[in-house]
Write a protein that binds this ligand. Sequence first.
Ligand SMILES: *Cc1c(COP(=O)(O)O)cnc(C)c1O
Length: 379
Amino acid sequence: MKERIYLASPHMSEEGYEQSYVKEAFETNWVAPLGPNVTNFEQELATYVGVNSTSALSSGTAAIHLGLKALGVEAGDVVFCSTLTFSASCNPILYLGATPVFIDSDAKTWNMCPKALKLAFEAAEKNNQIPKAVVVVNLYGQSADMDPIIELCEQYQVPILEDAAESLGATYKGRMSGTIGDIGIYSFNGNKIITTSGGGMLVSNNEAYTKKATFWATQSREAERHYEHKEIGFNYRMSNVVAGIGRGQLKVLNERIAKKKEIYETYQEAFKEIEEIEMMNICDFGQSNYWLSVMTLKETSKVKPLDIMLALEAENIESRPVWKPMHLQPIFKQYPFFTVSENIPVSEDYFNRGVCLPSDTKMTTEQQNHIIELIKKLF
Ligand SMILES: *Cc1c(COP(=O)(O)O)cnc(C)c1O
């Protein structure tokens, strides 16, 4: 069996930065929760993205959960959310007993369509159900077109939670993805652009939000000698060992982005000559971090996404479909969905025609060329 090529897998620094921070944690016995790596990771990430305050948590999902809670989402509320995403973007809406309303994608950005968002707001106004928050996802490393989304949210005075789990290091009009909404979140899950094995970060320019998140994440323990609790608590804090991995990974984030971009551009160049293939559009309003290279096949193509996935799988190469939209998921399909498409919604169309290609930063040029040849042979 050939060595497996992954979609995206953990890639530790050649220098061993991660291990030295972890070693330090062991040597100082800061193995138990919290400790200097957590504080330093929070500060270093805050500096990297240019934000006032951060809260290191056990996962991106936990960060979304506490972020929505900080924005005041409660049982019975409504929360708008991009439909083309991973379920972790909207599961926390249900944790809080609120109702999700899904918004279709824009064909150019793949992210929340401002026109569909407008429709959703107009309907919400009519029903007297203005949402408590809007979860805007930045898919596959690219920011949503934030300006028109912000304009609408300001008009209705609704805060934005930016799900930047996939877009750490990307920019939108010179600002870091994840720092544009009222609250942003990042994920350090194993397949993300940098990883801590598992972890997340909540960021905001409003310190009240991050402080509250840290408080809730440590069991809502009041500042008393004994254990005093006035609010419900969670065990969501990042550990000091895990934060050490994060500190090391942050040092190679720019290198990883450069490599991801090279991978995307190599696919783009190689598939130029194949009429049926289109690479995911990269917008000129910012820099993507190119987390995953994604292609779509034209409707008329005889080769279908499954043909590509099977051809790669036969050679032990991982690829996968585009996220299945949330409004099509059995668990979420009962909730409202807004689109401006007259025929098939953009998100469904991309789900049907898309393939996420191997985008592992440890992939060699030879391996990528092999993948390209395998795909080209199908046409
Ligand atoms: C990975 C991911 C999350 C969840 O992050 P975890 O750290 O795995 O909990 C949320 N939203 C999106 C868009 C993601 O890709």
